[in-house]
Design a protein around this ligand. Structure first.
Ligand SMILES: Nc1ncnc2c1ncn2[C@@H]1O[C@H](COP(=O)(O)OP(=O)(O)OP(=O)(O)O)[C@@H](O)[C@H]1O
Ligand SMILES: [Mg+2]
Length: 370
């Protein structure tokens, strides 16, 4: 898949920006803080309905504006699709597909991206939330319709937590039966997420291992899902729904005491190991980078193999600055045959020697061909 035109209106520091691209390499170049990441963040937003930098929509809308619009023309083989999303400061967001009103949650079906960013090292070294974020991106890449389940999940957790908090003060029978109802909806959404996370992690592990071998040598990479408080003997949704409900029943008193949901995908983690050693605590700086790149490369290879829309749009946000010459070349070698690469860099010198592409200059939220 590739994107031929992106229009941003009141998105971050882009008041009204048009970016025209072709298949192959597009380079966005400009000094720090000019709006390069904001462009790739917008494309990724269409694929995930989220940002890799912030949890809420407000910072994505230009300061002082009430709404922001991303509009993109995409190509899947000979098929052309135009998709748009309007984010609003107040009220619910809108979407269009080929000029017709659509559900916002339908948009990720039309757009798939894999983004490499310096923040990716946190998947290896950081808090569990970064690994959960990676797994959820993987789930959305494989099943774009899961965006609805993620939305339900977040809503149910919030409602369940506020009910648990209210039960702390007064334990009434009626409220306990409401809690049971919320617990069941929670467990169903939770099981759907966990089941996909485990399945897709298994699918990408060999691809990640091969890419790690290419980058760093040594193929012995393992990725293990770590459920907290329940077992993964069986990964069917039915089994997991029951396992999560049982685990929740066992911690009910603690949940009531603490006023929060203590079991579920929002508490789980995954473990990454290199030659049986946990990467989080044992990997060197170089190994950490190689594994972070291998995770994204594995994800991209898997999307290419499994999704009907073909290659994901590959986006590299400022990653070359972090890599030595050999890793830069290996990374380019691994991705150069993807349909479209969108690469940002503050300075030309950080780009690998010989990387040709369509160059765009980004300054103060204005994008112009060089
Ligand atoms: N909601 C917003 N409204 C207006 N401006 C914003 C908003 N959010 C971010 N910005 C501005 O966008 C600019 C940052 O853009 P971006 O992160 O795309 O920079 P960049 O070109 O990638 O820089 P770097 O090379 O440092 O990564 C900042 O100057 C920031 O103040
Ligand atoms: Mg940036």
């Amino acid at each position: 898949m590739w994107i031929s035109q992106l229009d941003l209106t009141q998105w971050r520091n882009h008041e009204s920006t048009r970016v025209e691209c072709s298949p192959g390499v597009t380079l966005l170049i400009g000094p720090n803080g000019q709006g390069k990441t904001n462009v790739v963040e917008a494309i990724r937003y269409l694929a995930t309905l989220g940002s890799h930098r912030v949890a809420t929509a407000a910072p994505l809308i230009r300061d002082g504006a009430d709404s922001a619009t991303i509009f993109a023309t995409l190509h899947h083989g000979d098929r052309e699709v135009s998709t748009g999303v309007t984010l609003k400061r107040h009220g619910s967001n809108d979407a269009t597909v080929n000029g017709h009103k659509a559900k916002v949650s339908d948009i990720p079906r039309w757009v798939s991206t894999v983004m490499f960013a310096p923040e990716d090292v946190a998947i290896i070294r950081g808090e569990p939330s970064f690994r959960r974020g990676f797994m959820d991106e993987l789930v959305l890449s494989g099943s774009p319709s899961m965006v609805g389940v993620f939305g339900d999940f977040e809503r149910v957790v919030k409602q369940r937590n506020s009910l648990l908090k209210s039960l702390r003060s007064a334990s009434r029978q009626a409220d306990l039966s409401t809690l049971d109802a919320w617990t069941e909806s929670f467990a169903q959404a939770a099981a759907a997420i966990v089941s996909d996370r485990v399945r897709y992690l298994r699918d990408i592990t060999p691809l990640v291992a091969t890419h790690y071998d290419n980058l760093a040598g040594g193929e012995d990479i393992a990725m293990t899902y770590l459920p907290k408080g329940y077992s993964l003997e069986d990964t069917s949704k039915e089994f997991l729904t029951q396992a999560i409900m049982d685990a929740l029943a066992a911690v009910r008193q603690e949940e009531l005491d603490r006023g929060m949901t203590l079991i579920g995908p929002h508490r789980d983690d995954m473990e990454l190991t290199i030659e049986n050693k946990p990467a989080r605590t044992h990997a060197s700086q170089g190994e950490t980078w190689s594994l972070a790149l291998a995770l994204r490369l594995g994800m991209a290879a898997w999307i290419r193999d499994t999704r009907a829309s073909g290659d994901p749009i590959m986006m590299l946000d400022d990653v070359f600055a972090e890599l030595d010459a050999s890793r830069r070349e290996k990374l380019v070698g691994a991705i150069v045959d993807y349909e479209q690469l969108i690469i940002t860099s503050a300075v030309e010198e950080d780009l690998p020697a010989g990387l040709e592409g369509y160059r765009l200059d980004v300054r103060e939220g204005v994008v112009t061909p060089r």
